[in-house]
Design a protein around this ligand. Structure first.
Ligand SMILES: *Cc1c(COP(=O)(O)O)cnc(C)c1O
Length: 393
């Protein structure tokens, strides 16, 4: 039979896939799986990576989701983790030795940066070079004899800048440098890094893959050789496994991933176009806009766009910024994103705690910088909410 389309893979498990024809698979809420005899145990342990022995390794509820995620991402194999950060830390650890050098971009996800800068660097003598990532020559120039990993996030956090994924792979591969990408923004549907030659693709499943703001989870996908190695080392030994119930929730979420992503992208474009033309908005960062500096690169390597964007209000008067921020009724205030609900957050709230006023100025962040995640509400209602509150500044 010809390869099935995405919607079919997401919504269908195959006829009679589950016991007694259950249309939704049960939750295998087990810590262990028993064996029938000495010989059965002996055989089971010959293939620890694929057999069900103990839930810190495998669990059927988790396996169903791993297989579906691998299928839609063009991966040979996938491993689910307890969180996106567990997936990130395991992936990075699998690509470095003591004293390795890592190249990454300035605007990676904050906690990933924290992990590199404040943990791996001092503890394991890891050297990290940060580049903007928008010019391929920056990657070429940053490579050192001990470079073992190029860690990408495209679109990036905060400003959603892109890296030319194929071009990066092209320079990394011949030198034996591993490439890893955090692909959370695009979801597995709108960008296929593994097909572009990237070694490991990571998602925080807490965002679009979960989509209902009720699960924290992560996934790493790649070749069978890489994921098998990750399984026996960074996955099993550090123990950040996925819980069966969380996996069951993710399977529920995957049924609607395509239709949710289509709606997020449609609504987000309309909101972005509204903001782009609004007199109270200074600038907007959203790769689907024709005015986005890397619009052409985005079109080349993505087939769609997530619903997370940032913009700058035309004021940094804190009273006015707060009036806008607090006045919104449909955009709830919170971190995270990718769920059914629209959210707003101001990066300044966090940065002002971590930085001195001078450092804050140097970061190029304004009090009027806003990050919004476009949810599944009616888009005209969302625009009206923004419009009403922009009139307050
Ligand atoms: C949220 C997020 C993560 C971390 O995922 P958790 O599930 O919260 O651990 C990683 N990368 C990006 C881009 C994120 O937004």
């Amino acid at each position: 039979m010809k390869k099935k389309n995405i919607e079919t893979i997401l919504s269908h498990d195959g006829k009679k896939a589950h016991s007694k024809g259950a249309v939704v698979p049960p939750i295998y809420q087990n810590s262990l799986f028993t064996m029938e005899s000495w010989d059965d145990a002996d055989k089971t342990f010959d293939d620890r990576i694929n057999n069900h022995i103990y839930t810190r390794g495998n669990n059927p509820s988790v396996r169903i989701v791993e297989e579906k995620l691998a299928q839609i991402s063009g991966a040979e194999s996938a491993k689910l983790f307890a969180s996106g950060m567990a997936a990130i830390s395991a992936s990075i650890l699998s690509c470095i030795e003591k004293g390795s050098h890592i190249i990454t971009i300035k605007n990676i996800y904050g906690p990933a940066n924290n992990l590199l800068q404040n943990y791996f660097k001092p503890k394991f003598d890891i050297d990290v070079t940060y580049i903007s990532g928008t010019d391929i020559n920056e990657f070429k120039e940053a490579i050192q004899p001990n470079t073992s990993l190029i860690y990408l996030e495209s679109p990036s956090s905060v400003i959603f800048s892109l890296q030319d994924i194929e071009a990066v792979v092209h320079i990394a591969k011949p030198k034996g440098i591993k490439t890893v990408i955090d692909n959370t923004w695009s979801s597995p549907l709108f960008q296929k890094p593994l097909e572009m030659g990237v070694d490991l693709e990571i998602h925080s499943c807490t965002k679009y893959i979960g989509g209902h703001s009720d699960v924290v989870a992560g996934v790493v996908m790649g070749s069978k050789v890489d994921i098998d190695s990750l399984f026996t080392k960074e996955f099993e030994l550090f123990g950040a496994k996925m819980a069966p119930f969380e996996a069951w929730l993710l399977l529920r979420s995957l049924r609607t991933l395509k239709i949710r992503m289509d709606q997020h992208q449609k609504s987000a474009l309309k909101v972005a176009q509204f903001l782009e033309n609004h007199p109270k908005i200074d600038k907007i960062n959203y790769p689907a806009l024709k005015s986005f500096p890397q619009y052409e690169l985005g079109k080349k390597q993505m087939t769609g766009y997530g619903g997370l964007m940032s913009f700058r209000l035309k004021t940094d008067d804190l009273d006015k910024v707060k009036a806008f921020f607090n006045g919104l009724s449909l955009f709830q205030i919170g971190v995270s994103w990718g769920g059914h609900e629209s959210l707003i957050y101001a990066p300044a709230i966090s940065y002002l705690k971590e930085l001195t006023p001078e450092q804050f100025k140097g970061m190029g962040i304004s009090l009027g910088d806003m990050r919004i995640s476009i949810g599944l509400e009616n888009v005209d209602d969302l625009i009206e909410d923004l419009d009403q509150n922009l009139s307050l500044i």
